[in-house]
Each structure stands twice: as C-alpha cells, then as structure tokens.
Design a protein around this ligand. Structure first.
Ligand code: NAP
Length: 308
C-alpha cells in the first residue's frame, strides 16, 4: 500500500526520501501541474544528510490524479492544510489514515472537521530540515539539519496503526504517544514564550536571557492557560524548560525569526494566535500574552506579512 505525501517541502521530502530508500512505496503530491512539471524535470528529490547528497526519484502527481489515497502524510504549513485537504478529499479511500505534521494547534481540528470519515493522527516532531535555496535544484533539495524524534498519537483512539512498521523500517525515529495533545500544547507554550519575543527584540534565542522577567510572566500566563485547557501536565515546570531551551539554543535564530527575516509567512495563527483565542474561549484574562500578540501582529503588518 502506497504512502502519499502532500507537500514537497522540507519535512515532506525528508519523509518521502526515507520511506523510498527503505523500499516503502511513496508518491509526492505537488501543488499543481506547473510544480509537477518542474519536479519531473529535476527527476526527483535530493536529500543532503551529513554533507552527502543522494537523489531519490520518488514519483510525483497532483491532487487531480484519480488513484485512491489510503495513507496520507500532510506536510504543508498549517495555513495551507484546509485548501490542501479539500483538494484530495474526493480521493480518500474508506478508512483512510492521515498523519498531520503541522506545528501548533488549530489546523488539526480544521482537517478532522473536513474529513470525518478519515482517521487523523497528530504528530509533533523535533526533526529539522530546510530547502537548500542556493542549489540549482534547491526547490527539491532538502538538507536534514537536525536529527530528532517524532511523536504520533490519536486523541480519539489510542491503538497504534500497523504502518508504524514502515517508519521503523525507514529509520524514522518515532514513538506512539497516548498524550499527543499534551505534547503539542507544551510545544506551543514553549514557542509562545520564545519565538515572538525573538522577532520583536530582533535577537537570537540567547538574547532572551536579558528579558527574564518578561519571559517569566509569560510562562505564568501560559501555565494558567494550559490548566484552563485541561492540560496541567503540559504546564509543569514550563519556565524551567523555557530557560533550558533558551540556553541550549542560545546561538540559534528561532524558526519564526527566520521566517520573518526571509519574508516568509509565519504560522502565528496556530501558535500565539491560537493561545489567545483559547484564553478568550475560556474567559481568561492574560494581559501580557494578549499584548504580545498585538505587538507581533503590528510588527508583521509593518513587514507586509500576513498577521493571521
Ligand atoms: P515547507 O518547506 O514550506 O513545505 C510545505 C510544502 O507544502 C511546500 O512545498 C508547498 O508547496 C506545499 N503545499 C502547500 N499547499 C499545498 C497544496 N495545496 N498541494 C500541494 N502542496 C502544497 O514547510 P515545512 O518546513 O516542511 O513545514 C511543514 C510543517 O511542519 C509546518 O507546520 C512546520 O511548522 C512543521 N515543522 C517543520 C519543521 C522543519 O524543520 N522544517 C520541523 C518541525 C515541524 P510550494 O512549494 O508550491 O509552496
């Protein structure tokens, strides 16, 4: 049974290459026929791992292909998932399974509402990859920059799917996680405490050690939010964890900082935006978080980037 990977970007190519090299059947779904033509001219994708580039002629198609889809890895950005899933919905076979790789929260619920017939498995990954824009085939050349781990889980059904064996075979480090929502909330809280401030102070993660009081208050508000959302485990020792991440990644620019610096749309609506919407939903006043959101929205507006 073939995997379909929708979104031939950083993570989509990283997954597709590893499945293909293990002999697991996989197909890439590209945005439209112009993108498919360009992909086919490149003859497939290239994965660069530890400085070694290897080419994988993974077959490509568009959403218009008629073949049914049983197993779909959704690897586009959170703000693209709704239109992406709408395009392939008619192809989903009965009992289809979807793996949702998006960062943040909100997009997963939107997908599940659009395809109630499918099983939606949520993922949270610490792997890192980026497209090598400098190379001639940069669009389809992905650099595996950070080895990590992927947690997968289904809040509605804690039975692990049989295809986890494909991931094992492909050397994709993973774990079935009955508390996937807690993981996604914790990651969202870490993101909210670090990434927006690195954009507003134009600094590396380590620069936030000069703003300890602000980070501490944000963590206290995020902790209140996590409790109100029924995620007390995700709130445990949040401030200490945020400090640990700031120190461990002091020399790095956060993903949101990199997106803004390169003029790319951020996933704000599914991170800080989602946190503020959840606080409002629970009637919770979190003044620092709300002010941070407002400052970030103004900053993105000033940069000419979408702020929702
Ligand atoms: P990316 O490099 O921007 O790739 C997204 C891909 O989706 C692009 O190739 C885009 O096509 C494609 N796409 C969008 N709409 C589509 C559609 N309707 N049909 C077909 N393809 C479509 O993004 P990414 O970095 O892999 O991130 C994907 C998700 O994983 C995000 O939520 C991100 O936060 C999360 N994540 C990423 C990393 C990482 O290291 N990259 C790590 C952890 C989590 P075009 O090229 O045509 O625009």
């Amino acid at each position: 049974m073939s995997w379909h990977v929708l979104g031939a970007g950083s993570l989509g190519c990283l997954w597709a290459a590893r499945l293909a090299r293990a002999g697991v059947p996989v197909q890439l779904i590209l945005r439209d026929s112009a993108r498919l033509d360009a992909y086919q001219r490149a003859g497939g994708l290239t994965l660069v791992e530890q400085g070694q580039a290897r080419h994988y002629p993974v077959p490509g198609q568009t959403a218009a292909d008629p073949a049914p889809i049983q197993r779909l890895l959704l690897a586009c950005k959170a703000y693209d998932v709704e239109s992406a899933i709408a395009a392939v919905k008619p192809r989903l076979a009965p009992g289809a399974e979807l793996v949702l790789l998006q960062n943040g929260l909100g997009s997963q619920e939107a997908v599940a509402a659009r395809v109630p017939q499918a099983r939606c498995i949520l993922a949270s990954s610490t792997e890192g990859a980026f497209r090598d824009g400098a190379a001639p085939d940069g669009e389809w050349r992905v650099v595996f920059a950070g080895h990590g781990h992927t947690w997968l889980g289904d809040p509605l059904d804690d039975h692990p799917p049989a295809w986890l064996a494909d991931l094992e075979r492909s050397g994709i480090p993973h774990q079935w996680s009955p508390d996937i929502l807690s993981r996604l909330w914790r990651k969202l809280a870490l993101n909210c405490a670090i990434n927006p401030l690195t954009v507003l102070y134009a600094c590396r993660n380590g620069g936030l050690s000069e703003h300890r009081a602000e980070v501490a208050t944000l963590c206290a508000e995020l902790g209140q939010l996590l409790h109100s959302c029924g995620q007390p485990a995700a709130a445990q020792d949040l401030y200490a964890d945020v400090q640990r991440v700031i120190q461990a990644t002091a020399a790095n620019y956060s993903s949101m900082h990199q997106d803004v610096a390169q003029g790319r749309r951020t996933e704000i609506a599914y991170l800080l935006g989602h946190a503020c919407a959840a606080a409002q939903h629970h009637g919770l006043a979190l003044p620092l978080l709300a002010a941070l959101h407002e400052r970030l929205v103004q900053h993105l507006d000033a940069c000419g980037l979408p702020s929702h």
